[in-house]
Write a protein that binds this ligand. Structure first.
Ligand code: G1P
Length: 244
């Protein structure tokens, strides 16, 4: 039996940014490794992908991002020291991040923007729909947002982008979506059709106050478009422009 849609199994996490907004904390430490409570921020993002059933994770990294690879790998020295001490609970915590998912890494090389980072995932992703999770946005682990987005993609096809209403004076910080009601209203009432997208608009030009938050489930056709997308806002190749 052939499935109408292949099951989505791959998550792409762009993590090549320089972290300039968090300097000096990010001078020698990747921003993804900054702790949130007791874990590096990036671990929450990988855990979110795994809870949505995506256990193949590709990180797009760059220079100075080695700590990310080390965090999701075994650390035998530390593990054996904890074993000798009989510290089972810390040992479990150390092993948790290396047992989470099948991790893959690719380097972006030139920092040419989010769209270019996502394009670096093309050879790994192939022809299946896939998820993109941006590490700057942390989602409450109790919120099944990504799982719901996958369901919507499997039902309707195309690409699915998470939106959040923000104060109009905040919209220039985000990608912004023009939306219209879907022909087929969902029982959950949580899906709209996106009729336009603009990256970080001036408030006067923003078509709405719906901001793109960093969760996407994308049709692989986006790669063909990204290859042709010219630099946009900030001189960078923008994912928002390709989706538009
Ligand atoms: C990126 C996207 C933007 C989105 C934002 C969400 O921007 O380009 O469309 O709204 O993430 O975090 P960045 O914040 O990386 O400049």
């Amino acid at each position: 039996m052939t499935q109408a849609h292949p099951r989505i199994s791959k998550a792409v996490i762009p993590a090549a940014g320089l972290g300039t907004r968090f300097l000096p904390a990010t001078k020698a430490t990747p921003k993804e490794m900054l702790p949130v409570v007791d874990k590096p921020a990036i671990q929450y993002v990988v855990e979110e992908a795994v809870s949505a059933g995506l256990d193949d994770v590709l990180m797009i990294t760059g220079r100075n991002k080695r700590p990310l690879e080390d965090h999701f790998d075994r650390n035998y020295e530390l593990e054996s020291a904890l074993q000798k001490k009989g510290d089972a609970s810390r040992l479990a915590k150390v092993q948790e991040s290396s047992d989470l998912a099948t991790m893959h890494y690719v380097r972006q090389g030139d920092p040419r923007g989010l769209g270019h980072a996502v394009l670096c995932a093309a050879p790994h992703v192939g022809h299946e729909p896939f998820a993109v999770l941006l590490g700057d946005d942390l989602i409450d682990p109790r919120d099944p947002l990504l799982q719901r987005m996958i369901e919507v993609q499997e039902q309707h096809g195309g690409s699915v982008i998470a939106l959040m209403e923000v104060a109009p004076e905040q919209i220039h910080l985000y990608g912004c979506a023009a939306v219209e009601a879907t022909a087929e209203a969902t029982a959950e009432g949580d899906v709209v059709r996106i009729s336009g997208l603009v990256e970080k608009p001036d408030p006067a030009d923003a078509p709405s106050n719906y901001a793109i938050i960093g969760r996407y489930v994308l049709d692989p056709h986006v790669f063909d478009i990204l290859r042709k997308t010219e630099p946009g806002r900030g001189g960078e190749i923008q994912l928002t422009d390709a989706l538009q």
